[in-house]
Design a protein around this ligand. Structure first.
Ligand code: 6GU
Length: 272
């Protein structure tokens, strides 16, 4: 996969040289190219922003540098090959989810346009939206000073899904939010050596060698955590995904089916 990032802070993206993403690049599984937006300015002060039409606080990123930068980056692709998906980080975008990470991981080429200030002149998004698949994406319900940190988040979420990046092909089957087996449940707790630490042991079942019991215990723990931390995930889950044992643990946790079959809280929350 090729990823281009156009930014006024290329140094903000240094973490892309480290750890999983850095290794994927070093191994040739991922080709990341950073571009300084100011290289496409022509004035003495390398101006990238200006005051908003209609007034109001803050500054807006000018369309000209973005247009020249994106034309150059998009034009550097190989003739006849698939054009990039343009990913525009913005707090007013659609939520970035594991589902979108999977979809993006299947594309050969992504271009990210992290903005500072109050965002990019709307005409830029319209212009490229006429030619490319453009995704305006938010990483959560909070406001950051710019899109660079969201790009780090999204590139890592996508890179770990690329073939060969994680050691074990099964490694993301059980991810929280992965489509499939543990769908829509958070992952439960994990333990490693030593078997006792500061007087704290580990659950006996994990030492039992009984794979069926271990799988059931993990699923029960996943329900405990999901009920506590993300009850909305249980409420919106398809109840057909819950087996008899799932319904038992949910009942113990104070959850049961409503008139429509979907699960909701039917008894007070249980303390940890
Ligand atoms: Cl993508 N950008 C900014 N500036 N703030 C955000 C965000 C993006 N997602 C959540 N907050």
């Amino acid at each position: 996969m090729r990823i281009d990032v156009v930014t006024i802070f290329p140094e903000y993206l240094e973490p892309l040289n480290v750890s999983l993403v850095g290794k994927a690049r070093a191994r040739g599984l991922l080709d990341v190219r950073l571009h300084d937006l100011r290289e496409w300015t022509h004035d003495k002060h390398n101006t990238v922003d200006d005051t908003p039409y209609g007034g109001g606080p803050g500054m807006v990123m000018k369309p000209d540098p973005w247009g020249e930068a994106l034309d150059a980056v998009i034009g550097s692709g190989v003739q006849g090959e698939e054009p990039p998906v343009l990913v525009v980080p913005t707090p007013s975008g659609r939520p970035f989810t594991q589902e979108l990470a999977v979809e993006l991981s299947e594309k050969p080429w992504l271009v990210f346009t992290p903005a500072r200030y109050e965002g990019i002149d709307r005409r830029v998004i319209e212009e490229y939206g006429d030619r490319l698949d453009v995704r305006e994406v938010s990483i959560g319900d909070y406001v950051l000073a710019g899109g660079e940190a969201p790009v780090l988040v999204m590139v890592e979420a996508v890179a770990r899904l690329l073939p060969g990046v994680l050691g074990n092909a099964e490694s993301h089957r059980d991810d929280s939010f992965a489509p499939g087996a543990m769908a829509d449940l958070l992952e439960g707790p994990v333990y490693t050596k030593p078997p006792e630490w500061r007087g704290r042991g580990i659950p006996d079942v994990l030492l039992s060698g009984h794979h069926g019991k271990i799988a059931r215990w993990r699923r029960d723990e996943a329900f405990r955590r999901t009920v506590r931390n993300r009850p909305d995930l249980i409420e919106r889950a398809d109840p057909a995904a819950f087996d008899k044992k799932d319904r038992e643990i949910l009942s113990i946790l104070g959850w049961g089916p409503g008139p429509d079959g979907r699960f909701g809280r039917v008894a007070p929350d249980v303390e940890e």
